[in-house]
Ligand binder design. Structure first.
Ligand SMILES: [Zn+2]
Length: 210
């Protein structure tokens, strides 16, 4: 598996490029910004981007999606529960002081029970509402990797005080879905350092049983 992780934009969203070294097919997850840098890595590995997967519709994760679609022809996938947030991109841009990226068109909604693939690498889609209503994680079971979006971070969890956030829902998603994954799963959070399920189960102060 080719897996490049690059922090993009002022909020340093972890964008993942996942590629199949045989078929050269790829997916890009959360192209929030710095599309030229993402495309440079795509070209370096001679990849063809087939899908753009958005973990949730916050601007730092979705802001560059249309630019990447225009450059690659790939389709954009997002859970439909975040379509409302997507309509607020101009407002989100004003909050963090970045240019309005304009309208983002979603080609298809994805949710639990579905999979997304880059060549022979397949991830299960896990709908994990809480940070936003439409937040998803991508679970590569064979490769033991979880792309967690802003649901789980090393030592922290996603904030729930923004529109669409819900503390009860994120706790339910974390305990019922995310912590149900095997201990040795590597977690690639939406921001910051990588971690593992066991590390977070044992030491994340937000996940301690009281
Ligand atoms: Zn977010």
């Amino acid at each position: 598996m080719i897996h490049e992780i690059l922090p993009v934009g002022p909020l340093q969203c972890n964008c993942s490029i996942i590629g199949d070294e045989t078929t050269r097919e790829a997916m890009v997850i959360d192209p929030g910004d710095e599309i030229e840098d993402i495309l440079a890595l795509v070209r370096k590995h001679s990849l063809q981007v087939k899908q753009i997967v958005i973990t949730h519709a916050h601007i730092d994760h979705v802001g560059g999606a249309m630019k990447l679609r225009a450059a690659t022809g790939a389709s954009i996938l997002l859970n439909q529960n975040d379509y409302a947030l997507l309509k607020m991109l101009a407002l989100q841009a004003a909050w963090i002081g970045v240019p309005d990226p304009g309208n983002v068109e979603i080609d298809r909604s994805i949710s639990t029970g579905e999979t997304v693939s880059a060549g022979s690498y397949t991830a299960q889609v896990l709908h994990t509402p809480g940070h936003t209503e439409g937040s998803i994680c991508l679970y590569f079971e064979l490769e033991k990797k979880l792309i967690a979006g802003d649901t789980l971070f090393a030592g922290s969890i996603g904030r729930t005080d923004l529109p669409g956030g819900n503390t009860q829902k994120i706790m339910r998603s974390l305990h019922a879905t995310v912590l149900a994954l095997p201990d040795d799963t590597v977690v690639i959070p939406g921001h910051g350092e990588l971690t593992t399920i066991s590390e977070e189960r044992e030491s994340n102060p937000f996940l301690m049983k009281r």
